[in-house]
Design a protein. Structure first.
Length: 468
């Protein structure tokens, strides 16, 4: 029975691809200004087209073009049995917006990222591969002299792009509302392979050679290989509602609701399992691979993984002519979204290896920010903010394919206005994640050590806005 346990681990090699997200898949880093001041929901500025579109009518009349780019660097890391399995992140993210403000109304269009993180590659495999030697040793005792990983690796991509077209109307001098339609395209790719080589202990080599069926069966375990190259794609659409209430010259209040986007991902590509004919009276035939634990990546499979709805609230207050303070909060309706909530499974005779269905609570985040215009150098302004995000992801959702960790973020930046019609922005933000343990202890019945997950991400941004 134990001889099959190590093969179930072949399904566990995938990778973490959601990087600096505040929710499960959602990001709020639509534009570089957010990296400097994450309390954008109640602000009225050149980034309002993303965070507070209903507030655009309070800008000067004109046609605005906004171009930005962000670069995220850092790593995602899994620690198993004292060894780190790390992937380096180097991901550029562009954004573009155009909006026109005229006669107390506005039209706006945005394009850029809305979810995911980027492209990650684990050159030395992941924690899912690292369990195999332990399981082989536990199953076969002293049968093998050596158990070596000879080239396992994993790579994946998780990106969501959006484009939104909307209009803003002024109700009265204080209240304005907005409505927009949104189109989303999602990509979730997985490419991985396992290559394990075993060498039989010389002391028992002679005994094995005398039993031909046993020798033939064990020869099948000398080179263990499984691989997958799967690409999941989906299109979806949703809407955006906004409201801005300028309570006074100093206080501004805003709300934005981004609807759930239903995404039916369909996987295509190839998958090769590890297959073994079995050993008569000792082991049944085996055909197992990535699909046993990650069925959503099996080529031909169609599974829903939605982007949850988001309720964004914000307020900004002009403390003085030079200082504006802001407070923002986002609430993610994860429970109302379907997000790959299926589970693979495996068996050891009558005993099951637990496959966990990913579970999520609703998530939230809160941010406090400030913008200070320098008195001696009025063309320059300094941004600063802090943010805490609770993703709502439970430990049952943690694995090599994703681990949405809670985070604390600090950000700062500089804003430069060379004239009344143009603006440059330079920002930086650092994401500090709460390290968490996985559920290998439950998944494998306490037979192997647990895994630990962590991340460290820093993002840089630059943008330019011009009014015509």
């Amino acid at each position: 029975m134990k001889r099959r346990l190590m093969l179930l681990a072949l399904a566990a090699v995938v990778l973490s691809t959601a990087t600096y997200t505040a929710s499960i898949d959602h990001i709020q880093t639509y534009t570089p200004e957010y990296l400097g001041n994450q309390a954008q929901n109640g602000m009225i500025n050149n980034a309002s087209v993303y965070y507070n579109p209903a507030g655009l009518t309070h800008l000067q009349d004109g046609t605005y073009i906004h171009v930005g780019a962000e670069l995220a660097i850092g790593h995602e890391k899994m620690k198993y049995n004292g060894k780190d399995y790390k992937a380096t992140l180097l991901q550029p993210i562009p954004n573009f917006a155009m909006y026109k403000v005229k006669d107390n109304s506005a039209l706006y269009w945005t394009f850029g990222g809305i979810g995911g993180g980027g492209d990650l590659k684990y050159k030395d495999g992941v924690a899912g591969t690292a369990v195999i030697p332990h399981l082989i040793q536990g199953s076969f005792g002293s049968l093998f002299k050596e158990i070596n990983d000879v080239g396992s690796s994993a790579e994946g991509k998780n990106l969501y792009a959006q484009t939104t077209l909307g209009k803003v109307w002024t109700v009265d001098e204080k209240l304005s509302v907005s409505f927009g339609g949104r189109l989303v395209y999602g990509i979730r790719n997985l490419k991985g392979n396992i290559d394990i080589e075993t060498k039989v202990n010389p002391e028992i080599q002679g005994m094995i050679s005398m039993v031909s069926e046993l020798k033939t069966g064990l020869d099948g375990f000398k080179n263990i290989h499984a691989d997958i190259d799967s690409e999941r794609n989906a299109w979806g659409y949703g809407f955006q509602l906004g409201m801005n209430y300028k309570a006074s010259e100093k206080l501004n209040l805003a709300m934005r609701y981004d609807s759930r986007v239903k995404l039916n991902f369909k996987a295509k590509g190839s998958m090769n399992n590890f297959k073994h004919p079995g050993i008569p009276h000792l082991m049944d035939p085996i055909d197992i691979g990535f699909g046993n634990f990650y069925p959503e990546y099996i080529p031909g499979t169609k599974v829903r993984r939605d982007l949850p709805a988001v309720l964004a609230l914000g307020a900004s207050y002009k403390v003085s002519d030079n200082l504006t303070m802001a407070l923002s909060g986002n609430y993610y309706f994860n429970k109302d979204a379907k997000m790959d909530r299926i589970a693979g499974s495996g068996k050891l005779g009558a005993n099951e290896i637990k496959g966990f269905e990913a579970e999520y609570d609703n998530g939230w985040e809160i941010a406090l920010g400030a913008e200070y215009r320098m008195k001696k150098f009025p063309q320059w302004a300094v941004l600063g903010s802090v943010n805490y995000a609770y993703t709502g992801a439970k430990v049952t959702s943690y694995d090599d394919v994703e681990y949405a960790l809670n985070s604390f973020t600090i950000g700062t930046g500089l804003k430069y206005n060379p004239d009344d019609t143009s603006e440059w922005l330079f920002t930086i933000s650092h994401f500090i994640y709460d390290g968490e343990k996985g559920h290998y202890d439950e998944k494998y019945g306490g037979k192997i050590p647990n895994v630990e997950y962590d991340k460290s991400i820093t993002a840089f941004g630059v943008s330019y806005t011009k009014r015509f």
